[in-house]
Design a protein around this ligand. Sequence first.
Ligand code: FAD
Ligand code: DHB
Length: 405
Amino acid sequence: TRTQVGIIGAGPAGLVLARLLALAGIDSVVLEARDRGYIEARVRAGVLEAPSVELLREAGVAARLDREGMPHTGIALRFAEAPGEAAADHRIDFADLVGTGITVYGQQEVVKDLLADRIDEAGLPVEFEVSEVALHDLTTDAPSITYTSADGTSCVLHCDVVAGCDGFHGVSRPAVAAGGELTVAERVYPFGWLGVLARAAPTTDELVYAHHDNGFALYSMRSPEVTRLYLQVGADADPGDWSERRIWDELATRLACDGFTLNEGEFLEKPSVTPMRSMVAAPMRRGRLFLAGDSAHIVPPTGAKGMNLAIADVRVLADAIAGFYRTGSETGFDEYSATCLRRVWRAEHFSWFMTSMLHRFAPDTEAGDAFGVGLQRSQLRYAATSRAAATSLAENYVGLPHGAV
Ligand code: FAD
Ligand code: DHB
């Protein structure tokens, strides 16, 4: 078969790209390793930046997002100003500071909406359960993708452009590396997040980022009936060591604050641990293969940037591809990596900053000794009390306008 753009991966990057290309009249085929039910149920990120919401609206796939998404105009930083003191909330007021906000809407809901639009409405191709995906002739203008389809058939997809939207564990980044020019910049953190989804009504209107001696905790939500919670745990923590009782008790300890109640409820999925890392691969291109989203970069989740970066990348890529078909010019291809990496590095810095400010590091390390914790408390207080510091946090959290970084 032949198409114009072969897209590997049906996550936010691949599916938003497919939609933007369809709007520009460009054909694509999406190849996905998993089945539809699996990717529609995969619980991950939940925060959409303002520019991501605007893009999904412009792309005509935000009807349910506009109905069910929860607009938030601030977050709370919850911390004790000195050792031994009780924690208090310090609100970062996005609306006041930067005139906009974020929308809480599960990543898998974004994925469901995009799949319904592409498959059920438009009848365009997504091939699920493909395996043995391999990329060929990337440095020519006629690249191809070979794979085995769900029914075991060997297939070849010929295209003009390959979009590597296959996440951290995909085949695309190794295919760029095989060209010999890929550099990888990386930080691995000595902790992970244990994520919980519970049938429990959230008791606050906004997200709470809590700094606590036992470690970081995050209070988030998915709907007026469902709470999403995270606990900092060891990088190699076994979820089996975390009973429901232990999780609720630890959440209660770390989130304790005057006037705050933690509603408990049935777990809606088995808790799992996500390891935390920062990673930037550059360049995000080899010939006609372009990396987008987690295949090119990873952020720790503290800044809520992962899904948003994926969306920002593919907006740049869709424009570059549309420019190529309109004029034959490859300028957009040549500028793609540098353009994306400016925003990627801003998000890398912000995610590292939020992670460093909020997590408990081992007491025998520079980040976690008395001096390190003193710096954290000072940074938290500065963000909570200085309009300049709060504005910087707010501007990064809600997302700089696409093209502005
Ligand atoms: P993905 O969503 O990973 O999509 C890649 C797709 O490619 C997948 O569907 C995969 O099945 C498919 N694929 C992989 N290999 C192949 C192949 N060889 N052939 C075909 N298809 C392939 N971010 C936050 O901000 N907050 C969070 O709480 C948070 N939690 C997370 C929890 C987990 C367990 C993970 C993995 C990520 C989390 N993230 C979180 C990050 C966020 O979800 C990602 O940044 C986002 O999914 C990136 O989108 P993507 O489309 O680039 O990649
Ligand atoms: C959620 C995840 C995040 O990483 C974050 O910073 C805020 C919220 C969430 O899943 O709701």
